[in-house]
Write a protein that binds this ligand. Structure first.
Ligand SMILES: Cc1cc2nc3c(=O)[nH]c(=O)nc-3n(C[C@H](O)[C@H](O)[C@H](O)COP(=O)(O)OP(=O)(O)OC[C@H]3O[C@@H](n4cnc5c(N)ncnc54)[C@H](O)[C@@H]3O)c2cc1C
Length: 385
């Protein structure tokens, strides 16, 4: 991998940085608490107006024809600015990216321009009450009835479903086929009759949803990809999601590291902290550099058609465990003031918030235990049992 970005990529970085410096105002940060997962409609619109939703899509679909590495640049800069990019990944990677990868031309024409314009928000519904880590055990069914599928079942922990115009839903279309073979993907309208969404409030103020499908009729042309091939299709989407989300989170952790370093150094100068105690923070800096390179590497592999699930697993593990470590090191250095939540807390409460949100990074998108299993089997070739 060439670790030096091209002059065009550096210029793009400067462009994104300048935008973020202006658009991510102190007032906006007060509103979001610096949460990079927050959804702020006017910010989403401003990003769309810059042509940066679906940046990597072909121009004919409203994108800029950029590469996955360009995307990493975009996400890293937005992360460093603590820009609220809620619904960006749900819309552009899960819905839009899946349509690009395995959708039909008419689906591309119908959805992508609207997503790129910021007019269509997406979310992704896979997890069920009895199918979390073992997601392929899902039971939500879609039965063909003429030119529709009729969907029945329940999804849980679904981010952004309350806002979504389109929910990419994993369903079982052939219960007789093997566990992985009978799964398909449907683009379900967020306002479909029979669909209901109710909130679940989880750690660090993150809202997710229970989504119930009660005889929801979905036109058959909303099938995404090949019937029965949904599980294989999703593996492509997971790879990209895990690498891009890494660039964003690592960018935001760099920002916290920098602010923490300033605060801890001030404590040293005030004689309240032994200089040697900064050693753990310096270790975090080295780990951040490594995590950053891993996220770029994953995007570079994706760009070259060589992305694998174990590479994506390395990114997911590294970024989430680093989030917890940085929060823990920060709290250890600054003591109880670091535990104060909200704008009155140290660093605007970001340390306290990160400590809680790290649990989300570890759990969502496939828990770290599952990522370790993937690494063992696919990366190291170890047997399943
Ligand atoms: C804030 C948040 C947002 C989310 N957003 C979405 C979303 O938008 N869409 C969506 O579909 N899902 C979403 N999820 C769901 C998330 O992907 C699941 O919570 C996750 O996959 C784990 O499933 P589970 O909670 O059922 O845990 P379980 O599968 O019940 O696991 C419980 C524990 O057992 C461990 N475990 C389970 N199986 C194994 C194994 N084989 N080997 C080793 N350890 C194992 C797990 O690591 C975990 O510690 C979200 C979750 C959260 C918390």
């Amino acid at each position: 991998m060439d670790v030096v970005l091209t002059p065009e990529q550096e210029a793009f970085r400067q462009e994104v940085r300048a935008f973020a410096a202006e658009a991510v105002t102190p007032e906006l940060l007060r509103r979001t608490g610096g949460a990079i997962e927050a959804f702020v409609p006017e910010f989403h619109r401003a990003v769309a107006d810059h042509g940066w939703i679906g940046v990597q899509w072909p121009r004919e679909y409203g994108g800029q024809g950029r590469t996955p590495v360009d995307m990493a640049v975009f996400f890293e800069e937005m992360g460093r600015a603590l820009a609220p990019l809620g619904r960006y990944v749900g819309s552009t990677v899960f819905v839009g990216g899946s349509i690009i990868s395995y959708g039909r031309p008419d689906q591309r024409a119908e959805f992508l321009g609207r997503i790129a314009a910021g007019d269509l928000l997406g979310s992704f519904a896979l997890t069920e009450p009895e199918a979390g880590s073992d997601a392929a055990a899902l039971r939500t069914t879609a039965v063909r009835d003429g030119d529709h599928y009729v969907v029945d079942g329940e999804k849980v922990f679904i981010s952004g479903a309350e806002l979504a115009d389109c929910i990419l839903t994993a369903v079982r279309t052939d219960p007789a086929a093997g566990k992985y073979a009978g799964i398909s993907l449907l683009l379900v309208p967020g306002d479909a009759p029979g669909l209901s969404v109710r909130p679940l409030h989880t750690v660090a103020g993150l809202r997710v949803n229970v989504v119930v499908y009660d005889g929801v009729r979905v036109p058959a042309d909303r099938l995404l990809g090949t019937e029965g091939n949904g599980w294989a299709h999703l593996q492509t989407t997971f790879g990209l999601e895990r690498s891009l989300s890494s660039a964003q989170l690592v960018g935001s952790l760099f920002r916290l590291y920098r602010d923490l370093h300033v605060a801890a150094t001030a404590e040293v100068h005030a004689g309240r902290l032994e200089p040697a105690r900064l050693a753990d923070l310096h270790d975090c800096r080295a780990e951040l550099e490594a995590a950053r390179l891993l996220s770029y590497r994953a995007c570079w592999l994706d760009q070259n058609g060589a992305m694998t699930l174990d590479e994506a697993a390395v990114c997911k593990l590294t970024r989430s465990e680093l989030a917890l470590r940085l929060a823990t090191v920060g709290l250890d250095l600054l003591g109880e003031v670091g535990l104060v939540a909200g704008p009155d807390g140290v660093l605007g409460g970001r340390l306290e918030a990160l400590y809680r949100r790290a649990q989300f990074y570890i759990t969502a998108g496939g828990t770290n235990d599952i990522q370790r299993g993937l690494l063992a089997q696919r990366g190291l070739g170890l047997p399943r049992r």
